[in-house]
Design a protein around this ligand. Structure first.
Ligand SMILES: Cc1cc2nc3c(=O)[nH]c(=O)nc-3n(C[C@H](O)[C@H](O)[C@H](O)COP(=O)(O)O)c2cc1C
Length: 194
């Protein structure tokens, strides 16, 4: 393979997307879209999430010490893109009220349509210049029951949920098809929501 040096970025390194759910002070759910998420090990599997700048999700995570991380699938993309482009402080975001259920273990909103939701409890916060990393214990996982169907192969189960990935500010389907640039799929959601 012939190698070329590239500017620093994470282009061509596909990332999984999650909608982080928290309750606002008035008890209504709020969701933000996030891709800087990975895992660590400390006696058990944990989740590490990096949140940049100032955003409602970060304020609520700090205040409550908990949040949900809901896997984004194709069916959720218009909603997810809207949540990633409208700040929680914008009154327009209050109109986004997806179907949720309460967490089983933590006081967090779970997106009904997401097939895999982590209930996360923050155990440590690492402040950086311009962002903060939250290390979290996974207190519960709520999954679509079809993912527990061991008569199906892993490939069949993964294909059936159609998770989204992103790189180069573009969304991709599980099969590698482009689903639009960041900011595009939300147009369908805004039209639907009127
Ligand atoms: C595709 C995509 C991925 C994003 N990933 C992150 C991320 O990993 N960390 C972050 O701080 N913000 C990320 N954002 C930005 C937040 O989703 C955005 O600031 C959102 O408005 C926050 O909503 P909130 O104010 O309700 O928390 C992402 C946005 C998009 C469109």
């Amino acid at each position: 393979m012939t190698k070329v040096a590239m500017p620093i970025s994470n282009h061509f390194c596909p990332q999984t997307l999650f909608l982080y759910g928290t309750y606002r002070e008035d008890g209504t759910p709020n969701f933000g879209l996030f891709c800087w998420i990975s895992y660590f090990w400390e006696d058990e599997l944990g989740v590490m999430a990096c949140l940049g700048g100032q955003k409602l999700t970060k304020d609520r995570i700090r205040q409550t010490g908990e949040f949900s991380a809901n896997l984004v699938i194709e069916a959720l993309l218009p909603l997810a893109d809207a949540c990633g482009n409208i700040p929680g402080t914008d009154p327009a975001k209050r109109a986004i009220q997806p179907d949720t259920i309460p967490g089983q273990v933590l006081h967090v909103p779970i997106l009904n349509e997401s097939p895999w939701s982590f209930e996360l409890q923050v155990i440590r916060e690492i402040p950086l210049q311009g962002s903060d990393i939250f290390l979290c214990k996974i207190r519960n996982i709520l999954a679509d029951e079809r993912l527990a169907d061991e008569t199906k192969t892993i490939q069949e189960r993964l294909q059936s949920i159609a998770p989204i990935s992103t790189t180069c500010q573009t969304y991709f389907s599980f099969t590698g098809k482009s689903l639009g640039m960041w900011g595009e799929p939300q147009q369908a959601y805004r039209k639907q929501a009127g």
